[in-house]
Ligand binder design. Structure first.
Ligand SMILES: *Cc1c(COP(=O)(O)O)cnc(C)c1O
Length: 420
């Protein structure tokens, strides 16, 4: 039994699984209280991009801590926030002219949904209130974010609180037309406010990938009907799919873009929702205070978090981050090829730095597959942090992972494929 009072997320405490105590981390390594070390194969849940305790980001936080800790952001501003907004404007799609800060991926999604509804409301088209979503998608765990995500065991008790959405099928290879047709049909009804999608990779839905052309076509259909296009790049942003954001590969610009996770290099919580000028303008009025965007949280644009994000942006400008990413992407693809020649598993796939495969199981598979906790324990014993999504094993390491560390991760996966 764990004597701790801490209630952990996505954890069944009744199973009595050990909860390791981590005392420090650097690069791709976690150092445990018992003296052992673990390779972080999933970037501490997809956030850590340049590695743990990146010296530049740690220093930026320390410097900021000596100056300004926290500031009300309604009607006040500070340098780190201005630097982040200006930096994002330089590298994110040009049509996204406005930067709204919040604290997590989920809240960046809530903000995006509120912006979309606000836009139509203030344009006098309040009937456009439906949100379209893709099957198997995940956008966070707050009520609104759950509403636009896949329904299932994760949110079953909360169903009475979730709002209705329109669902389009996942564009499985060969089945893309069904996705387009469903999207087109919903758009034609004239009651749709926006489509929200995870560009190229559905993360929590099982590391499901689809092609850039599909993303481009969905964007085209939305534009043809004036439906807003929300790109949730909370996970795919900051190089995960091989480019700064996944939308780049489809040559598209969304109307609204959600970023979090790697925004601070994964060091501290921060998120932004970027919006196009028409969305900002719909909330703009010379006098009417009822029209402003009613959203805030206490720590909106916290200066320490913004200092970390500003340093992350500087790292992207000054260091060969994209080269590191393409080198890692190549290694990931090599490993999955190599493993595929020796062992038997299903659906090997890579997208940028993300590599995934499905192992064969006796139950139905899916997230609740019994194999998942056993796999986690198996990896933990081998000094590797991996957290399979059901029977889907994936590797999404920090970009600084060394060849030896990556080899240890994939060797452990090879052993797992035999053992399970
Ligand atoms: C993780 C994630 C979120 C939620 O972000 P949190 O910071 O955990 O609230 C939203 N969308 C996507 C695509 C994610 O992967």
């Amino acid at each position: 039994m764990n004597p701790s009072s801490v209630w952990h997320p996505f954890t069944q405490h009744g199973r009595g699984e050990p909860i390791p105590l981590v005392t420090s981390a650097s690069g791709a390594l976690l150092h445990l209280a018992d003296g052992s070390r673990v390779i972080d194969g999933i970037s501490s849940w997809w956030v850590t991009t340049h590695g743990h305790c990146n010296p530049r980001i740690m220093q930026a936080i320390a410097d900021q801590a000596g100056k300004l800790d926290q500031l009300i952001f309604a009607g006040w501003t500070h340098e780190p926030a201005e630097t982040v907004a200006a930096g994002l404007r330089q590298i994110m799609p040009q049509s996204l002219t406005r930067v709204f800060f919040s604290d997590s991926g989920s809240t960046s999604v809530e903000v995006a949904l509120k912006m979309a509804l606000g836009y139509w409301h203030w344009r006098g088209e309040a009937q456009r209130s439906r949100i379209l979503v893709m099957e198997h998608s995940y956008h966070g765990d707050t009520i609104g974010a759950m509403s636009v995500g896949e329904r299932g065991v994760f949110n079953q008790p909360y169903t009475p609180l979730l709002f209705d959405v329109g669902r389009i099928p996942f564009p499985a290879q060969g089945g893309e037309q069904a996705t387009y047709d469903a999207l087109e049909a919903f758009c034609r009804e004239g009651t749709t406010a926006a489509l929200i999608v995870e560009p190229l990779v559905l993360g929590a839905g099982g590391m499901l990938f689809y092609a850039p052309e599909v993303l481009a076509e969905m964007r085209r259909i939305c534009a043809a009907h004036g439906v807003l296009f929300i790109a949730d790049e909370v996970m795919t942003g900051w190089g995960r799919t091989g480019t700064l954001i996944a939308c780049e590969q489809a040559g598209i610009e969304p109307d609204i873009l959600c970023l979090s996770k790697g925004l601070t290099g994964g060091a501290v919580p921060l998120a932004v929702t970027m919006a196009s000028e028409p969305i900002f303008e719909a909330h703009w009025h010379a006098e009417d205070r009822a029209r402003m965007f009613f959203h805030s949280s206490s720590y909106t644009a916290n200066p320490l978090a913004c200092a970390a994000a500003a340093e992350n942006l500087a790292i992207w400008r000054e260091e060969p981050v994209l080269e590191r990413i393409s080198a890692l992407a190549r290694k990931q693809a090599d490993w999955i090829d190599k493993l595929g020649q020796v062992y038997h598993f299903d659906n090997p796939r890579t997208c940028g730095t993300i590599a995934a495969l499905d192992i064969k199981v006796n139950d139905e598979g899916g997230y609740m597959s019994d194999v998942s906790p056993h796999l986690q324990a198996f990896f933990r014993e081998r000094g590797v942090l991996l957290r399979p999504l059901g029977n889907t094993i994936y590797v999404m390491p920090p970009y600084c992972i060394t060849d030896d560390e990556l080899a240890e991760v994939w060797d452990a996966i090879g052993e797992a494929v035999i053992a399970f």
